[in-house]
Design a protein around this ligand. Structure first.
Ligand code: AMP
Length: 170
């Protein structure tokens, strides 16, 4: 076992002043840390009959594939606007300044598909809440969410009702 906290690097004032960016690339680059992280992210949902693991662009994608392999499910993509080539459904949500939009293929799920959401960082929870809305709009059932790390002082967890796992809590 390794201490995963040692593989996360704080980058002050990125991408703008006042934000401490959690850089996960050292964790991704370490075979021991990466495998341990995806094991720990998958474990709470191994018995949850997940049909599809959905990664949120873009660091969520890196984790979602390996978690899906452990769970024995497929993988789906929540993407920024204009990236998906066929019919999509979209949600637009509020940011601190302005709005953001996420898309998924309209036929991403068979009706009632059981979905696990994967992302690297839970911050304010806006992205996770919007992804849940989007998945439900496309006919999926959100069973839970699994994150590499949670910035608990931002209370993002309050925006998501359902099982929510985070490996590392700050
Ligand atoms: P939020 O919607 O505020 O929960 O933000 C979540 C999304 O923004 C995730 O997809 C993260 O990749 C990214 N993010 C937000 N805050 C940070 C941070 N401090 N360090 C790294 N990524 C972040």
């Amino acid at each position: 076992m390794v201490d995963l906290y040692e593989y996360i690097v704080d980058v002050p004032d990125f991408p703008e002043p006042g934000i401490v960016f959690k850089d996960i690339t050292p964790l991704l680059a370490s075979p021991e840390a990466f495998l341990q992280a995806v094991d720990e992210m998958a474990d709470p949902f191994l018995a949850s009959s997940i049909d599809i693991v959905v990664g949120i662009e873009s660091r969520g994608f890196l984790l979602a594939g390996s978690i899906a392999e452990r769970i024995g499910s497929g993988v789906g993509l929540v993407r920024k606007p204009g990236k998906l080539p066929r019919d999509t459904v979209a949600v637009t949500y509020e940011l601190e300044y302005g709005t953001d939009t996420l898309e998924i293929h309209a036929d991403a799920f068979s009706d009632g598909a059981r979905v696990l959401i994967v992302d690297d960082v839970l911050a304010t929870g806006g992205t996770l809440a919007a992804s849940k809305d989007l998945i439900e709009k496309a006919g999926g059932v959100v069973v839970g969410a699994t994150m590499l790390l949670e910035l608990s002082f931002l209370n993002g967890r309050e925006k998501f009702n359902g099982p929510l796992h985070a490996n590392l809590v700050y």
